[in-house]
Design a protein around this ligand. Structure first.
Ligand code: ATP
Ligand code: MG
Length: 582
């Protein structure tokens, strides 16, 4: 895991597109090994000073925070080096619902702050050329049509310790191969009956080089090419050729593809076309999170979450709905850095990044999540005082609002205790606390439900001399509580989240769903907010004093029924870990 290079308050790269101009010091991303390769390529003039990257998502699911790392890396490197980055959909595997995924991917990349200009491509744009190149490989004696079944191909392939066996169809003549390949294209054979394979080396120590399949027969309607094609190229073949056709200089992918690099190079060298350079980096893994699209899709399809944008999902759309900002996600991607070996990043670091971003940016307001009525017996009935309160003392630019103070208030249930333990600095019989931005009060009694023992009301007196900001307000009390006025409070639902999984690494479990956290969502339906939050816009963010950072839900919230998501609580475990390590 990379060590964070920045601390709160240092110059931050707010505008990803302008990184070169605004970055005050090299960040983890800027000083990474890929940048070193690029610097070296500049020196040797390998690509005539060009840097051209691409982000190549497969439109078979929504993007997640791991993709964000790849997006920041690819677009970031291009921006920093005066280059370009393409968005390319790797749509070689026709599947249903792809259009929905394509749209969501475009939205997410844009939201993260990146721009592909007029360079949005699809691997399917190249199907004709990929076909022609395959014909060329056949003509060069470098590809053949094979009739072995999928199981047989697997069997013939050998293992890491045993060499493979050559297919009996390996030595078909060029003419026969050309004829069969064309007939594959024309639909003369059923699905899976024949494949086109590269003719490389069945005894190669690298399994990827043992005559890999490059085309298969598949009758499936493609979201862009419809029913035009009955054969589809395999990723390992389509990817290098697409990179080459787009003039990509640095083709950045995750470590699993390291063993595929010789094949990547083989296709381009054998075809004699422009050679892009594949560079591998470690994928992002996060604690308490699964990142594979297959697993995320299961959570969606089995209704374990409400959708791809469920605020508990590690998807970009889930994080966005939860209230994460693009700045926080980009900052996170910088801090984690780029490495050559896999590791798991503590999710607390992501949470640290959003706190760091929101700390100064958002208003701090009062919201009572689990209300308990508090009555100030010596406060005149019907009186309303409008108390001035700054939105964010650390950022005066956010201004202030008036807080209505009345005889009947609500405080948090957990801020009152009838029989307090030692060092309990909140409210208890006979004790004093300050109400934030208002007065010091003393608890004089309580009303309980006779049957259940539940505390229904807390009765207090207030000291009129102690209004916040007045001379006597400097009197010290140990606790300060947030509160809302009963007659002015705005009702709301608040959703609290915990990690979706109970285990740090759910992928290690036999069934990742066996460690789902049953308490990952808590819905509090009778919360009360201060008056200024009435009509809060979907997507707007706040700090609720003492309770964390919150965002108005963009799906379920309405003017008359506000719904908030908690982004993160205030307690920063990551900052604590960092401090302890110093
Ligand atoms: P998954 O395993 O989640 O299905 P994938 O690699 O198949 O992911 P793609 O849509 O092919 O998903 O990924 C697009 C790009 O994003 C690829 O270049 C891939 O290397 C990169 N990427 C995917 N997951 C991660 C991750 N966890 N960390 C960093 N980069 C990632
Ligand atoms: Mg993939």
């Amino acid at each position: 895991m990379g060590t964070p290079k920045r601390e709160t308050g240092k110059a931050k790269q707010k505008d990803a597109g302008q990184a070169r101009e605004t970055a005050a010091e090299p960040s983890a991303l800027e000083a990474n090994f890929i940048q070193n390769i690029i610097n070296e390529d500049f020196k040797t003039n390998k690509y005539n000073g060009r840097v051209h990257t691409r982000f190549p998502p497969e439109p078979n699911g929504y993007l997640h925070i791991g993709h964000a790392k790849s997006i920041c890396l690819n677009f970031g490197l291009a921006a920093r080096n005066g280059g370009l980055c393409n968005l390319r959909f790797d749509d070689t595997n026709p599947a249903r619902e792809e259009v929905e995924y394509v749209d969501s991917i475009k939205e997410d990349v844009r939201w993260l702050g990146f721009d592909w200009g007029d360079r949005m491509f699809y691997a399917s744009d190249y199907f004709d050329r990929l076909y022609d190149f395959a014909v060329e490989l056949i003509k060069k004696g470098k590809a053949y049509v094979c009739d072995l079944s999928a199981e047989e191909i697997k069997e013939y392939r050998g293992t890491l310790t045993e060499p493979g066996k050559e297919s009996p169809y390996r030595n078909r003549s060029v003419e026969e191969n050309l004829d069969l390949f064309e007939r594959m294209k024309n639909g003369e054979f059923p699905d899976g009956k024949r494949v086109l394979r590269a003719k490389i080396d069945m005894s190669s120590p690298n399994l990827n080089m043992r005559d890999p399949v490059i085309y298969r027969i598949l009758r499936a309607t493609h979201h862009r090419t419809g029913d035009k094609w009955l054969i589809y190229p395999m990723y390992d073949y389509a990817h290098p050729v697409s990179d080459s056709l787009e003039g990509i200089t640095h083709s950045i992918c995750t470590l699993e593809f390291e063993d595929h690099r010789p094949l990547y190079d083989w296709f381009l060298d054998t075809l004699g076309i422009y050679r892009s350079q594949q560079i591998e980096f470690a994928r992002l893994n996060l604690t308490y999170t699964v990142m594979s699209k297959r697993k995320l899709r299961m959570l969606v399809e089995e209704g374990i979450v409400s959708g791809w944008d469920d605020p508990r999902m590690p998807t970009i759309s889930g994080l966005r709905r939860r209230g994460y900002t693009p700045e926080a996600i980009r900052d996170f991607c910088e801090r984690i850095g780029v490495a050559k070996s896999n590791s798991i990043v503590d999710i607390a670091m992501l949470e640290h990044c959003i706190r760091d971003d929101l700390n100064l940016r958002v208003p701090r307001v009062m919201a009572v999540l689990r209300p308990l009525k508090l009555i100030i017996d010596n406060y005149p009935e019907g009186q309303v005082e409008e108390l001035e309160a700054e939105y964010n003392p650390e950022n005066p630019a956010l201004g202030s609002r008036k807080l209505p103070f009345t005889r009947e208030l609500y405080i948090e249930q957990e801020d009152f205790c009838e029989n307090p333990p030692k060092k309990y600095f909140r409210l208890s019989p006979g004790q004093e606390v300050r109400l934030k931005n208002a007065y010091i009060i003393r608890c004089q009694g309580l009303v309980k439900d006779e049957k259940t023992g539940e505390v229904l009301e807390v009765h207090c007196s207030y000291d009129p001399e102690t209004r916040s900001g007045s001379a006597a307000s400097s009197r010290k009390v140990k606790g300060t509580l947030h509160w809302v006025s009963a007659s002015h409070a705005v009702p709301a639902e608040v959703r609290l989240y915990e990690h979706l999984f109970l285990k740090e690494n759910p992928d290690e479990e036999k069934d990742f769903k066996s460690c789902l956290n049953p308490d990952s969502l808590t819905r509090l339906t009778s919360c009360l907010l201060e008056r200024s939050l009435a009509g809060a816009e979907p997507g707007s963010r706040f700090q609720f004093l003492r309770n964390g950072y919150f965002c108005v839900d963009t799906v379920d919230s309405t003017k008359s029924r506000l719904v908030f998501n908690r982004i993160v609580p205030l307690k920063d475990t990551w900052a604590k870990i960092q401090k302890a390590n110093k």
